[in-house]
Write a protein that binds this ligand. Structure first.
Ligand code: PAF
Length: 284
């Protein structure tokens, strides 16, 4: 597995892979791997490409009072986890390689960046779109793999790829959960044991929404209120948002007539956790 630190070395590596006829399969990450990341890498490998993973804690997507400084980092641990999965290369640049002095350009995917996390994290999705577009230009992947836990991020990137005619297939991958249902996240390390136990309310509340939907509930307001009430009853939880939105546009809905998304962001202590579930279109 090659460790690449510079943009030039990635370009050389990509050229060498293409010369051997290998498609490039790309997994962008901020590191501190967990099973969710590894599942993306396995999928990229099983799809039969040369697998390159980026590790870059992108300063542009963190707000001034967010966790950029304390975001967990452990390159050696990540390297050891990626190697047995069959990753071919890791691109781990310094911030100055990605944003040299004088850097100015920003990418904005207008409407999809505004609701949900975009409302509580202004500038976040501009930071994500900018770094992902840069990474796409550097790596020139045939396919790029994104987890559905960051569903809004996935939609922003799908829209950017479409709008800018990028010849890249974006592959959405399912959320990976701990045994008790908590969605895997690098930020779970911030949780104290009590917060970790309390955070299981998130998946329970989403499962409740899925069950209500399966039983015929189509009123988005009632679903939202039910999820909200369950989380609000947990003393260690501080709700940022709970929303039921159209799964494509991310706009609020009143009735579930098309595929919908129940999305939430909740603080437990200093950890802000996000999770979601898709509700498919009702059968005719
Ligand atoms: O999902 C992440 O880890 C990041 O937002 C990404 C896509 C690597 C961009 O920094």
């Amino acid at each position: 597995m090659e460790i690449l630190r510079t943009i030039d070395s990635v370009r050389q590596w990509v050229r060498a892979q293409r010369a051997q006829g290998r498609p490039i399969h790309f997994v962008p990450t901020m590191g501190y791997f967990h099973e969710g990341h590894l599942s993306l890498m396995r999928r990229a490998r099983d799809d039969g490409g040369a697998v390159i993973v980026s590790i870059f804690v992108n300063p542009l997507q963190f707000g001034p009072n967010e966790d950029l400084e304390r975001y967990p980092r452990d390159f050696e641990r990540d390297r050891q986890m990626a190697q047995p999965v069959g990753v071919d290369a890791i691109f781990a640049p310094e911030a100055a390689e990605m944003y040299p002095a004088g850097y100015q350009t920003e990418v904005r995917v207008q409407t999809l960046s505004q609701p949900l996390c975009g409302r509580s994290r202004p500038g976040h999705f501009e930071g994500v779109a900018t770094v992902v577009l840069k990474l796409f230009h550097i790596v020139t992947p045939d396919r790029a793999y994104f987890g559905m836990k960051d569903y809004q991020q996935l939609r922003v990137i799908q829209q950017m790829v479409r709008d800018l005619n990028l010849p890249i297939e974006v592959v959405p991958c399912p959320i990976v959960r701990e045994a008790d249902g908590l969605a895997m996240s690098s930020r779970n390390v911030y949780l104290s044991p009590d917060e970790r136990a309390a955070a299981t309310v998130l998946y329970r509340s989403l499962q409740w929404a899925q069950a209500q939907y399966a039983a015929g509930e189509r009123d988005a307001h009632r679903l939202r209120e039910g999820v909200y009430a369950q989380i609000a009853a947990e003393p260690l939880a501080r709700i940022d948002y709970v929303e039921v939105v159209d799964a494509e546009t991310l706009q609020p809905i009143e009735r579930l007539e098309r595929p919908a998304l129940v999305a939430l962001a909740v603080f437990f202590g200093r950890a802000r956790l996000i999770d979601n579930c898709l509700l498919p279109a009702p059968a005719e």
